[in-house]
Each structure stands twice: as structure tokens, then as C-alpha cells.
Design a protein around this ligand. Structure first.
Ligand code: ADP
Ligand code: ZN
Ligand code: ZN
Length: 661
């Protein structure tokens, strides 16, 4: 017999091998096949008696593994959708949906695992739902079958409790639940809640922090139906779930749901398609929905449920004030902010100083001639790391010692510009010597387990002031935190990325939402020089809906998403001529295919980051008002691109629904 095998290759086809006594029941199993001088893992796509190739040319399958179940028709359907929608080869899509341990020849040997640790787990007291929570719950459960619900709830409104009640009902019906969170750091908090809430229920969490072997074993538990709840980051969206009954996507607006390499999918969008294919409900939760989601809810395509109040009795949304930054960076923070920090400290409450570091990290500059330290492989400034005395590129990782003098004019007095977390930390230590400070950013969180340790310390009130970046913002629940300070917010107002304001607003609402979640009223200070900007008006009133409406109108005027659909061809190579030649052909083809209907083809332009790790980067944007037209166009263009010859050093990728462009 002949089996058609899919492999992880940038090619559309499957490959024929011989396998004695193969039957259709073998479809969806993993196999090991000879490939060149080595071997590769593949998945059986089909079985037949004949092949286009002469039998003597065909090689035989080396091993068929049955240590996992086969991919089911449900699984295939989802993967086929992804392959076709994102224009990514099916083989690469299928193999990459498997946990890494199952993509390798060794496979998994299920060892004796110690089941859930013997950690002390506090009792979970299920709170009586607030009227808003109950109403949302009842409305969601009115529908059976597929329906997309948006749970639009202010920060601290108890969205999780609504998810949990739904999960309870679904578990009671003997079904499985997929619970997605944007960020690996959010899993410990939820893991603890799951542990407390469902003692007898087997659940697993899947994210990149789990060892490969363990991830493989947990994946198997989901596939066999043993695990009833799967909690995970975007990669978990492909986990096989035979009894799927509900999907929850928490913080649906979060850009971390977008995979930025290989198959560039949006886990939120894939989750919606999956819910539709399986005819089960899906809940999207957010305090600041994405414009795409908001638009769908507004038009009635999604059901909309509001939670307008905080859940904890007496808890209110924090008061929010705007303050001008200190005149000179060297002065540190505005005295008003310092005073607020002192007061919180004296009341024994915790504070968070959030630094929006995007593009504002401390850079080295020469006041004499204006020279700045830049990475010569990427077109970005190098970041000063004070402690290690190094300049580091945050894009390619290149590093060099801090220079002693200006390489351009010889000036010995170089200065740093911009406020990084380290600089603020140093300043705070001087101003508030009694405060116990904890700095959390990607540099200090590099080590595994650090976050969980930090979280425990914060909860145990061993920390007074937290200093950190994006990482601290999302979804955390620290009852002792009453004061939040956001620095360097304005940058995004001037970005060329049309989504920058949407992101800034979501980020500031999120960070403000960390304040005053318990009984104490929260207070938020935001540093800005543009207090009259409409974004800050909406923010001060904590009026997400107003902001969304205002942003939506602007998008409509210029025709950006959600009023249109985008695709982006990204190209990178060392030599400009190589890129130019490829792009000119690609552009020409695109214009030709676009003639058929309502497709706008833009001119190729350098990417926002025009150089990275020594490579030139360009992009070509395609836009259409019709998703269907765009898909039709992309099918034609993609196969033309696949046939375009180019030097090996050039890499291209076609991205559907790009977030950064
Ligand atoms: P969100 O995800 O909407 O920001 P959470 O789900 O984290 O909010 O809930 C915020 C806080 O409110 C948590 O400490 C949670 O335990 C508490 N909470 C949720 N629902 C209730 C309720 N019905 N009564 C009292 N406290 C609640
Ligand atoms: Zn100089
Ligand atoms: Zn670099």
C-alpha cells in the first residue's frame, strides 16, 4: 500500500511512501520516514493503492507510532482551515500544531509521573455572583451551540468568576473546556484558582514554560479526554479535545495571541473558527476589546454582555489623574508623584511604577556632537544596561561594553537619555530609602520561576514598590496595590502604526486596573504632556466604549481595519538588490491578480524596523474591503510567489491579518 505523508517543509504537497497493510484507519498517525540521508517525522494524510511515482522509486515507512491517538476529522478540519486561510503549507501547519516532543523521532514514553503536587491549596470560597455577573451568565447560557460572546467588563469586574460558572456547567455536561490566556505569566494565578476550585477534576496547563516532555504528556491527556480543562497560551489552541464544550479567550484584545513566526495565526481568531466548527460557545473577555471584536459586537454578530462595576463589594474603579513629566529627566519623577508614593508607603499600601519602555529605553548619547549609540546590524538604538556596563541591542542581542568617550568627537561626558526601569529604580532607592523595591522586567524575569517567586512575595506584602514594564500590566490581581503610576505614555500618540493608540489605551486601562482591587480605593497617575488628547479624555473617564467609538470613526474615515482586511508580504535579505528584484516581480504579479477585483496593492516600503540582525527588511501591503476577495487574490498570488525564483539568502512570508504594519 501507498501512504501519503505530510512533512514540515515549505512545500504544498504530501509525499508517497510504501507501508505494508496500511488502511484508512492509519490516517492521522505519526510516522518516521526516510528523507535524504536522514529520517523525518510526518503525519499520514491518505492511503491508496497507487502512486504517480514508479514503485521502485518509493521508499518504505520506517516506523508507525501509535503512542498517540490519530488526528481526528475535527483536528484535520481546523488545520486545513488554518493552512488555507493563512496560506501556509498543510504539512508545516500540521507538524507545528504538535507539541515539540511529538515532532521528533524519539517520541514519548509515558513515564510514571507524579500527579499534581502536594502543595497546600487554600479553600476556594465561591462568591455569590453580583447581579451583573448572574445576568451575563444567564444570557450566555441561553444559547446552545456556537455563538461568540463578548464579556465587556471593567478591570476587577469578576470576569473570571463568570468563566468559572460557565466552566462548571460545561464540566457537568461531561464536556471539556479550553481556557486561553495571552501571557505565560498569567497562568500561575489561574492554575491556583483551578486547583482550589476543582479538586477532583483533571486539568492541565500548556505553555512554553512547561518542559517539552511534560507538554507532550499533557497534550496526550487532552487528546485522550482525561484532562477536562486545558489552560494555555496561544499554542494551546490546537490541542485536540474530543469532548470540547466551551472555549474562553481571556483578554481577547492582547497582541500576544498573535503568533509572529512560522504559521502566523491569531489564536483568538482560530479559537472562534474552532468553536464554530465544533458548534460550541466561545467567550471573549476584555476591559478594552479590540476594535475588530467591538465592531462585531456592535453589529450584533457577537452577543455583548457588560460588567460595569467591580465585583468586590465596595470596590470602585480607581481615580485617574494626569500629570506633566518632570522638566528634566535627571530630576526623576514629578514631585506630585513622589508625594503620592510617600503617602501610599506610609499607609502600608503597595505601589506600581509602570514604565512604557517601547522606544524609550535609556540610550547613550553625546551632548557635544549629538552622537547616539546604535546597533550597526539593526536600525535601532542600543540600550544601556547599567549594572553590567554593557550596551545591548534589544532586537538582535548584540552587545558591547559602554564606551568611555564619544567615538565621534572624543567627549568624555556621555549621557543617558530616556528612563529605563533601572534608572527609575536607582532614583527611587535614593528618594525612598525605606521602601522595599522590586524591579520586574524581561531582564530580571529571564530566569525560570522568577515570576512565581515575585508574585508570592507581592501577595505576602514583602514588597512596597514594584517597578516594571508591560509584563506587570496584564490581568494580575494584587489586593494590596493601591497606587499606580504610568510613565512615558505619550510615545505611542506619534507612532506611524495605526494601532498604536488602541494599544496605548488598552495598556493604560489595564495598568490602571491593577490599582485598588481590594477594599482600598485605587489611585492612578499618568504622565503626559498632551492632557487634551481625546485618548486621555476617554481614559480619565475610564470610558472604553467612548474611546472605541472615537477610534472606530477614525478607522472608518481612512479605511483601516476593521473596515478593511490586510495582508502583508514581508521580505528580508542581506543585499538590497536581491530584495528589489524579488519585490518588483512580486509587485507586478500582485497588480496583475488585483485587477480582478477590489484589491489595493501598495508600493513596497522598508519595514518599520528597516534593518534587523544585519538583514534589510521590506514589506508590501495588500488591502481589500472584502475578506473573500482578499482570500481569492492571496491564493493566486501565493502560488505565484512560491514559483518565483530567488537567491537562497532571501526569505519571504505572506502574513494574513498582520498586527504590525
Ligand atoms: P477581572 O478579570 O474582571 O479583572 P477578576 O475575575 O480578577 O476580575 O476579579 C476581581 C476580584 O473580584 C477577584 O479578587 C475576585 O476574587 C473578586 N470577585 C469576583 N467575583 C466576585 C463576587 N461575585 N463577589 C465578591 N468578589 C468577587
Ligand atoms: Zn560626541
Ligand atoms: Zn541589533
Amino acid at each position: 500500500m501507498i501512504v501519503q505523508v505530510l512533512l514540515d517543509l515549505p512545500l504544498e504537497q504530501s509525499f508517497d511512501f510504501t507501508m505494508s497493510e496500511a488502511t484508512v484507519a492509519d490516517i492521522g498517525y505519526r510516522v518516521l520516514v526516510p528523507w535524504g540521508k536522514g529520517q523525518r517525522v510526518g503525519v499520514i494524510r491518505g492511503v491508496s493503492e497507487v502512486s504517480e511515482h514508479p514503485p521502485e522509486k518509493l521508499k518504505e515507512v520506517v516506523t508507525l507510532w501509535r503512542d498517540t491517538g490519530p488526528l481526528t476529522p475535527h483536528d484535520w478540519k481546523l488545520l486545513e482551515f488554518c493552512s488555507s486561510y493563512y496560506h501556509h503549507p498543510l504539512g508545516a501547519t500540521v507538524l507545528n500544531s504538535l507539541p515539540p516532543a511529538l515532532r521528533r523521532p524519539a517520541g514519548l514514553k509515558s513515564a510514571n509521573r507524579r500527579r499534581s503536587s502536594e502543595k497546600y491549596v487554600p479553600e476556594y470560597v465561591i462568591p455569590a455572583l453580583t447581579p451583573e455577573q448572574s445576568q451575563a451568565l444567564e444570557c450566555v447560557t441561553l444559547h446552545t451551540g456556537f455563538r461568540t460572546h463578548l464579556l465587556f467588563g471593567v478591570t476587577g469586574s469578576g470576569k473570571t468568576e463568570v468563566y468559572f460558572h460557565l466552566i462548571d456547567r460545561v464540566l457537568g455536561q461531561g464536556k471539556q473546556v479550553l481556557l486561553l490566556v495571552p501571557e505565560i505569566n498569567l497562568t500561575p494565578q489561574l492554575e491556583q484558582r483551578l486547583e482550589q476550585r476543582w479538586k477532583g477534576v483533571r486539568w492541565v496547563s500548556l505553555h512554553s514554560g512547561v518542559s517539552e516532555k511534560e507538554r507532550g504528556l499533557r497534550w496526550l491527556e487532552a487528546q485522550s479526554g482525561e484532562a477536562r480543562i486545558v489552560l494555555g497560551t496561544r499554542l494551546a489552541v490546537f490541542t485536540p479535545l474530543p469532548d470540547l464544550g466551551l472555549i474562553v479567550v481571556d483578554e481577547e484584545h492582547d497582541a500576544s495571541y498573535k503568533q509572529q513566526e512560522g504559521l502566523r495565526y491569531s489564536a483568538r481568531d482560530v479559537a472562534i473558527v474552532r468553536a464554530q466548527q465544533r458548534n460550541v460557545p466561545i467567550i471573549l473577555g476584555s476591559a478594552t476589546p479590540s476594535l475588530e471584536t467591538w465592531d462585531n459586537a456592535r453589529r450584533g454578530r457577537y452577543d455583548l454582555h457588560y460588567l460595569r462595576h467591580r465585583a468586590v463589594a465596595g470596590a470602585q474603579l480607581p481615580t485617574l489623574r494626569l500629570v506633566r513629566p518632570a522638566q528634566d529627566i535627571q530630576d526623576g519623577l514629578n514631585p506630585i508623584i513622589l508625594q503620592a508614593l510617600r503617602e501610599a508607603l506610609s499607609r502600608g499600601e503597595q505601589s506600581l511604577v509602570f514604565i512604557n519602555r517601547r522606544g524609550y529605553a535609556p540610550v547613550l548619547y553625546c551632548p557635544g556632537c549629538g552622537w547616539q549609540a546604535v546597533c550597526n546590524r539593526c536600525s535601532v538604538r542600543l540600550v544601556v544596561h547599567r549594572r553590567s556596563q554593557f550596551l545591548r541591542c534589544h532586537h538582535c542581542g548584540a552587545q558591547q561594553p559602554l564606551p568611555a568617550y564619544c567615538p565621534s568627537c572624543g567627549n568624555l561626558h556621555l549621557e543617558t537619555r530616556g528612563e529605563g526601569t533601572q534608572k527609575i529604580e536607582e532614583w527611587l532607592v535614593k528618594q525612598l530609602p525605606d521602601a522595599r523595591l522590586l524591579r520586574l522586567d524581561s531582564d530580571s524575569l529571564g530566569r525560570k520561576g522568577t515570576w512565581e517567586e515575585a508574585r508570592q512575595r507581592i501577595l505576602a506584602r514583602q514588597v512596597d514598590i514594584l517597578v516594571g514594564t508591560q509584563l506587570l500590566v496584564k490581568g494580575h490581581d494584587f489586593p494590596g496595590l493601591s497606587l499606580v503610576i504610568a510613565l512615558n505614555a505619550d510615545q505611542a500618540l506619534f507612532s506611524s502604526d495605526f494601532r498604536a493608540t488602541e494599544r496605548l489605551f488598552a495598556q493604560l486601562i489595564q495598568v490602571a486596573g491593577r490599582a485598588g482591587r481590594g477594599a482600598i480605593r485605587g489611585e492612578v497617575w499618568i504622565e503626559t504632556e498632551y492632557a487634551d488628547h481625546p485618548l486621555y479624555h476617554a481614559l480619565q473617564n475610564q470610558d472604553s466604549e467612548g474611546f472605541l467609538q472615537q477610534e472606530l470613526e477614525q478607522r472608518q474615515q481612512v479605511g483601516w481595519p476593521p473596515y478593511s482586511y490586510l495582508a502583508l508580504l514581508r521580505v528580508e535579505a542581506e543585499k538590497s538588490e536581491v530584495i528589489a528584484e524579488f519585490l518588483s516581480k512580486a509587485h507586478q504579479q500582485a497588480r496583475q491578480f488585483a485587477a480582478a477585483g477590489e484589491i489595493q496593492v501598495y508600493d513596497p516600503v522598508p519595514a518599520l524596523m528597516a534593518r534587523r540582525a544585519g538583514l534589510q527588511r521590506w514589506q508590501l501591503l495588500i488591502q481589500s474591503n472584502h475578506r473573500g476577495n482578499l482570500q481569492g487574490f492571496l491564493t493566486l498570488w501565493h502560488s505565484a510567489l512560491m514559483n518565483l525564483r530567488h537567491p537562497r539568502e532571501l526569505h519571504w512570508i505572506l502574513e494574513v491579518d498582520p498586527l504590525d504594519c
